[in-house]
Ligand binder design. Structure first.
Ligand code: URA
Length: 230
């Protein structure tokens, strides 16, 4: 929201008086005088007028979690443990998930309370790569590489999946990179080749990789570099 609109609501100041105070240098954002009436502010900004805080900033949170199998990617669930149950932070109730994993999938889950950040990361136009380790019931034939690169037509959504990079690591083990995230996408793609996924683990989302030292069930705050270059 622009700062003039934000201030207009405060004490029923109104847009005209809000603008006058901004231009007069009476408003500070994050400790700096702000004289632009079109400055964007959000709930993470400290906003002061005449050096009195009229909005205290909320704490911005960006976390990664190594989701174990059996835990659900949801904030509440009547039956199962959720990713939120694994987090020990006083502000965890403000978090939302940046993309989900199935209950029987393990690996990297991102959580944040910053909707602008998560929206930008998940925007379909960005085609952020998501990397999965896959184990299958049957051997993966070399022809599967071309089939995944070509894409599969999904009837329910009436679409063809984007080219996906399949790297065969062993007879029944592969690394798969997707640039989209459709419902049960990895499992459905393997199903289309007549195979079955027996284990699925997400290793990476864009520039954020699950570190080796982060055990299943553990989480940590993202580094500034990870937040800035996801
Ligand atoms: N694809 C799946 O089938 N399941 C997941 O959890 C993630 C991607």
């Amino acid at each position: 929201m622009k700062i003039d609109r934000f201030l207009a609501k405060h004490d029923s100041l109104g847009r005209r008086r809000a603008r006058q105070r901004i231009v007069a240098g009476r408003v500070h954002v994050n400790g700096m005088a702000e004289t632009r009436i079109d400055r964007e502010v959000n709930r993470f900004c400290l906003v002061e007028m005449d050096h009195i805080a009229i909005q205290k900033p909320e704490r911005r949170l960006h976390l990664m979690l190594n989701k174990p199998v059996g835990v659900v990617s949801a904030t509440v669930d009547a039956q199962h443990r959720t990713v939120i149950d694994l987090i020990d932070d006083p502000d965890k109730a403000s978090l939302h998930l940046v993309g989900r994993l199935d209950r029987n999938t393990s690996g990297l889950v991102l959580l944040t309370n910053d909707g602008t950040w998560s929206k930008a990361l998940m925007a379909p136009s960005r085609k952020v790569p998501k990397v999965y380790l896959v184990e299958t019931r049957d051997p993966i034939p070399p022809e599967a590489v071309a089939a995944f690169a070509q894409g599969f037509y999904f009837h329910t959504e009436d679409l063809t999946t984007l080219p996906a990079a399949l790297e065969i690591l062993a007879e029944r083990r592969a690394r798969l990179t997707l640039h989209e995230g459709r419902y049960h996408q990895v499992k459905r793609m393997f199903h289309r080749t007549g195979n079955r996924v027996t284990a699925l683990h997400r290793e990476r989302i864009g520039g954020i990789a699950l570190p080796e030292g982060l055990a299943p069930g553990d989480w940590r705050v993202l580094t500034n570099l990870e937040i800035m270059n996801p």
